[in-house]
Design a protein around this ligand. Structure first.
Ligand code: TRP
Length: 460
């Protein structure tokens, strides 16, 4: 054990690198690709409001809990939970959360890398000036043509997977700092440029109204569950990714401050991406509910009509690909950490095995947009891609988060938690305990129950 601790604690050489790594994990396709399209599909404002509430009362407490569990357990999520339950004489069954996380990681990475592959292809397409002066119709058509070719999609998915595994195999920190430190502010600036396009083209006001003026009649029951699941997805919570990173955190890091920084950064980026994309949607009379292709049919139109758009458009997709890479690396971390702890096999070999498993699963997602487009999961009408996306986001991540909150709220001795978080005032201790022990788990539980009851009555 002690050997692992030293090996691990020197991974983030200081707390700033930890914040960068966690932010790199959080900011990714969830912010720039997923948030805008699910907000569009679920009617905008009311959905966004529910998402923000979920970040505040569920996401933040769960992130604090995950980092803390990693820091206390100093091992992979599975082993950390085993260590903690043994140390405090609790049931080791709670480590199931860790196993669930490893499984969830495989599922998420497999489809995440497929979408990241689309992004990689778009770097090339924009840099070659393919979309300069293009109108919305032809950009949309080009995207559909791309998706309908399984070989093409497979190629780009494979390229992204190989790059990810390369970095995973080399260990976490190298290159990550560079990526996050420069590419995140750059994404920020490019999103502002896109918003500028929206203001110029006349879609900005409509975009702001769409995202921030809640129309509750547009919100469905499923929309609430999607918002909840997305709060987990976008902050990388519910499967131990942040917990695994937390295992390498220097002792002096303030978990609370770190969490707030990451949550605010992540949310601001998602909202900016939403504002920019819907400005383009409305300026070009596109449909806000275009689905997973939304990013790929809006952003090229805007850059295609901006001066210097060939360069900045290519740069935009390059930065999104880097953001996806720093996220993808973190998705594999619970599995990598677990398998390298147990076996004396090198990190590189484990990374390759994980890569192969995810690649095989990913082929299903590649085919979901062409050859298998009509193969649907009975009852739900989901393609293979939809099924992985929904099962992880709507079930596995919230369930993982719920269990994590219960562990911190009810399984670990309170004193241990208070001490680790540096909570001294009894009022603050109490407030924290009520939030993590009751409000957070109950909120997740209620959304689950309401959704389940709704589904059952709808099918009766
Ligand atoms: N949060 C990342 C994004 O928004 C994706 C991600 C990274 C993730 N690690 C995760 C999602 C762990 C769920 C769980 O793109």
């Amino acid at each position: 054990m002690s050997e692992q601790v030293t090996e691990r604690s020197d991974m983030w050489s200081n707390s700033f690198i930890f914040v960068l790594a966690a932010a790199g994990s959080a900011v990714g396709l969830g912010n720039i690709w997923k948030f805008p399209y699910i907000a569009g599909e679920n009617g905008g404002g009311a959905f966004v409001l529910v998402y923000l509430i979920c970040i505040a009362i569920i996401g933040i407490p769960v992130m604090v809990s995950e980092i803390m569990l990693g820091k206390l357990g100093r091992a992979s999520p599975i082993q950390a939970l085993l260590n903690l339950s043994r140390k405090h004489n609790r049931s080791t069954k709670w480590s199931i959360v860790g196993y669930m996380g490893v499984l969830t990681g495989f599922l998420i990475l497999s489809f995440y890398a497929v979408v990241a592959g689309w992004v990689c292809y778009y770097i090339l397409r924009l840099f070659t000036g393919e979309f300069s002066g293009a109108d919305a119709g032809s950009v949309g058509e080009a995207f559909n043509t791309f998706l309908s070719d399984p070989w093409q999609v497979l190629l780009w998915f494979s390229i992204f997977m190989v790059i990810t595994i390369f970095f995973v195999a080399r260990g976490v920190t190298r290159g990550l700092e560079l990526c996050v430190r420069y590419s995140m502010p750059a994404v920020f600036v490019l999103l502002l440029i896109l918003i500028g396009y929206g203001i110029h083209a006349g879609g900005f006001v409509e975009s702001a109204v769409f995202l921030f003026n809640p129309d509750f009649s547009a919100l469905t029951r499923e929309g609430v569950l999607i918002a909840l699941g997305h709060a987990f997805f976008t902050l990388s919570l519910g499967m131990g990714a942040i917990m695994a990173y937390g295992a390498y955190v220097p002792q002096d890091v303030s978990v609370g401050t770190t969490t707030f920084t990451i949550a605010i950064l992540d949310t601001v980026l998602a909202l900016l991406a939403g504002l920019a994309i819907f400005a383009i949607v409305f300026a070009n009379s596109l449909a806000p509910d275009a689905g997973p292709g939304l990013l790929f049919v809006t952003v090229p139109v805007a850059f295609g009509n901006l001066p210097g758009g060939t360069f900045f458009g290519g740069l935009f997709f390059l930065l999104v690909a880097l953001a996806a890479l720093t996220s993808a690396i973190s998705i594999s971390e619970p599995a990598i950490a677990y398998f390298s702890e147990r076996n004396k096999i090198s990190r590189a070999k484990i990374a390759v095995v994980i890569g192969v498993v995810c690649w095989v699963l990913g082929v299903g997602s590649v085919l979901s947009f062409n050859v298998w487009a009509d193969v649907k999961l009975a009852f739900f009408d989901w393609t293979f891609f939809d099924s992985l996306d929904k099962i992880t986001q709507l079930v596995l991540l919230p369930l993982g988060g719920l269990l994590i909150a219960l562990i911190v709220g009810h399984v670990l001795p309170k004193q241990v938690v208070f001490e680790e978080l540096g909570l001294v005032s009894p009022q603050i201790q109490r407030a924290w305990w009520i939030i993590v022990g009751f409000i957070t788990p109950l909120a997740v539980f209620c959304v689950f129950i309401i959704e389940a009851l709704g589904e059952i009555t709808a099918h009766m």
